[in-house]
Design a protein around this ligand. Sequence first.
Ligand code: C5P
Length: 221
Amino acid sequence: PVPQDYSGLRVVVSAGPTREYLDPVRFISNPSSGKMGFAVAEAARDRGAAVTLVTGPVNLPDPAGMVVERIETALELRDAVLKAAADADVIVMTAAVADYRAAEAKTEKEAKTAGEVSVHLVPNPDILAELGRSKGRRVLVGFAMETHAGIERAAAKAARKNADFILLNYPTREGTAFGGDDNQVTLVRPDGSHDAWPRLSKREVGERLLSAALPLVSSDE
Ligand code: C5P
């Protein structure tokens, strides 16, 4: 039997990519599979948490035993996460949120022309940073993918966004991160202290993440 150490706690997990539409049929996105976030959500559910999973478009069925909200854009993700986060104890942002969206999404399909075109992009809101600004007693966990100076950059990111810790991963390692079933991550705290974990299944990364977050949940309600 799985220990019910999350029983009575509310966990919100975001997963997958977002789609930023240029017109009704074209969008900017990324190859996030959603597997990492789904694994965290399923692990939390099995340990007794009440889970809300907010996910972008992925090829994974709704897991049983939790509230699942399907969204497409970063702005929709923001709305859904902020709503669910209001009474959450732990929030895990695994979603690969697109950094930019079109300043103006065309309502009709753009016709192809022979010449060059340009798209005006504006920054999306940083949802984790926004949660960090009104953190309260909630535990905030982020993910970060870096190609260089990972630990320094992840620590700076955790500090800037007021996250309790960030799980740092790398896009290049064989069998990990985007699409894979395994992940190799380093837990990085805002003060730069860190723990490198071995290559593990995404489920096991989720379990360890939850075990690291649990002692940070304040018991005084
Ligand atoms: O800044 P960067 O995108 O590397 O930060 C990654 C972390 O921040 C992830 O946890 C991601 O879900 C979150 N994030 C967010 N809103 C954004 C961009 C990233 O919540 N617009």
